[in-house]
Write a protein that binds this ligand. Sequence first.
Ligand code: NAD
Length: 392
Amino acid sequence: MIAKVPDMVKVAALKEAAPRERRIALDPDSARRLLAGGLTVLIESGAGAGAWFSDQDYLDVGAQVLDRATALAEADLIVSVTAPDDDLVGQLRPGQAFLGMLAPLTRPELVSRLAAAGVTAISLDGLPRTLTRAQGMDALSSQASVAGYRAVLLAAEHYDRFFPMLMTAAGTSKPAAVLVLGAGVAGLQAIGTARRLGAVVSGYDVRPASRDEVKSLGAKFIELKSGIAAAGEGGYARELTAEERAAQQAELAEHIARHDIVITTAQVPGRRPPVLVTADVVGRMRPGSVLVDLAASELGGNVEGSVPGETVLTGNGVRVIGAANLPARLSTSASQAYGRNVSALIGHLVADGALVFDPADEIQQGVLITHGGEIVHAGVRAVVSPSPGGPQ
Ligand code: NAD
């Protein structure tokens, strides 16, 4: 008897549709890794151009380069950086899988549409990040790290002085004083980058565990006299109470006003970003100072008055940069890191040449959002279609 050789999973990466998105979900190296694992890789022609990967780069590693409609029709699994837009959702077919950073908790309509279309939706932002075996798949971390690095370069670009102390025949320049608020993945990368550029750096976070991490990078940790400690679940911060928030804002004010550059990265999962820098404090900063708000989004930001994707020049000469989607502005490195995360997760999902969905697997419990026409992720289901009479 001849054993049936299973059809190998066909993984397709398409051109991202979001405006100014220059990343691609698979770089040639990640495509090579999937091919080595026996999978077929399809790339939409031109999809890598924004990250400087040519069609030839993908052909060289053995991927197939196709037009969008063919790649879409043939794929078993579409990999993406961003969530699919309405147009793309309408083109997906039942049984097809879609993997990306879908932010399902904030997009109930998208989740419902994907479930109704019979699409298997896999979201990298649901990954259980503290699991050691999932660390290579952690796209939130890889992209936050890129954002933290890029934020410092953005600040330097808008700061009209040197970052390092420079001693030249024309005199000595003072080093820039940089303050990083929020010392998670992005914040720590920002601290390291600002230090490498020669700035004098301070960091602050509400999680006590961050103190040693900030110090280990050679930065000063800012202790607040109010001693607010807000470690939450899973290594994240919890939301502050109104009193804690007021005390924090008041105490941070004097530190912020003394710095030339302030980079904010504070987030609390599932909540609006906390306001750390009020408009009043921005008004007290010196002319020429720069604020980069990495949390700026349609939900708000860490800096009062920051606008996502825009640089606002205040009346007192402070630039407030609403830093939207910084990983897209370092598209090659961000795509390489994301591609490694994607290929690691696919490696975990594929067995014997097929995608295998196992509800008992801890990683899958985090990333699998819809499957077989249902919303299978309990947390997302509670938000999208709360049970009658249950918690809203
Ligand atoms: P995040 O993006 O949710 O938030 C960024 C930072 O903002 C966090 O450090 C948080 O404490 C801080 N913050 C929130 N509210 C604040 C406030 N009011 N004032 C000041 N700071 C505030 O966090 P993240 O970067 O995704 O990382 C969160 C945690 O998860 C960190 O402890 C990180 O080390 C940990 N982590 C662990 C792993 C792992 O174990 N493999 C992987 C990734 C992240």
